[in-house]
Write a protein that binds this ligand. Structure first.
Ligand code: TYC
Length: 103
């Protein structure tokens, strides 16, 4: 015969997804009011940075206006930015994070 008979085994026929999912940067923005030690504490607790790395990121935001805190899947990046913004507001600081799709 030209081809084997159908034995009823299900075969995946959908088109394979070839592109990997986009990654998103969580970017922290400078402001004039949030205390430096609060920013360091936030970077340590929400982005798993040690004191030294958190201090470096905080100083980069302070001097350059913004810095990347981490790069994640879209869901994780959105959640981290929202958690930081909610926590900062709870503590009555204007500290802000936003997310940006990686180039
Ligand atoms: N610029 C703030 C100050 O002088 C410190 C600061 C750093 C605020 C980083 C926000 O994301 C920030 N107290």
């Amino acid at each position: 015969p030209d081809h084997e008979p159908d034995h009823g085994v299900a075969v995946e026929t959908s088109k394979p997804e070839l592109k990997p999912p986009s990654r998103y940067k969580v970017v922290m923005l400078n402001d004039d009011y949030t205390p430096m030690d609060f920013v360091v504490e936030v970077l340590e607790s929400f982005f798993s940075l040690n004191r030294e790395a958190a201090t470096q990121v905080m100083l980069k935001v302070h001097t350059e206006g913004r810095a990347v805190c981490g790069v994640y899947s879209r869901d994780i990046a959105e959640t981290k930015a929202a958690q930081v913004n909610d926590y900062a507001r709870e503590c009555q600081h204007p500290l802000m994070c936003q997310i940006e799709r990686e180039a």
